[in-house]
Ligand binder design. Structure first.
Ligand SMILES: [Zn+2]
Length: 113
């Protein structure tokens, strides 16, 4: 199921929240995104966890693995953005120097003619 396509009773796209109740710890659910007056729509994003530790532990391991994968992906994207920022900063410095040189040439032109 594509989680981005869940629509509530208002016809709007839902947001995903995480339950931290003792009955459903760390379970993600879709709910209405309207501030204030929600339509009350709630639907599990994934089946509620089985309370059996033999089932729960592998499921939690999967969740941890998914989050670690996501964190690695984010760290990679951040490193790419940092690299782009450094490149842009370098280009910015070069452009400022070129602009300064251009102004210097213009001033020299008017002084020396
Ligand atoms: Zn709604």
């Amino acid at each position: 199921m594509n989680q981005d396509m869940v629509v509530c009773n208002c016809g709007a796209q839902t947001i995903i929240k995480t339950s931290w109740t003792s009955q459903n710890p760390a379970c993600r659910f879709h709910c209405c995104n309207r501030a204030g007056r929600t339509c009350g729509f709630v639907s599990w994003a994934e089946p509620p966890m089985n309370q059996n530790p033999a089932v729960m532990i592998p499921a939690l391991s999967d969740t941890i693995r998914r989050h670690e994968e996501n964190a690695r992906e984010m760290a990679y994207k951040i490193s790419l953005r940092d690299q782009q920022a450094r490149t842009l900063a370098r280009q910015n410095r070069v452009m400022k120097i070129l602009l300064g040189c251009t102004w210097l040439f213009v001033v020299m032109y008017y002084i020396c003619r």
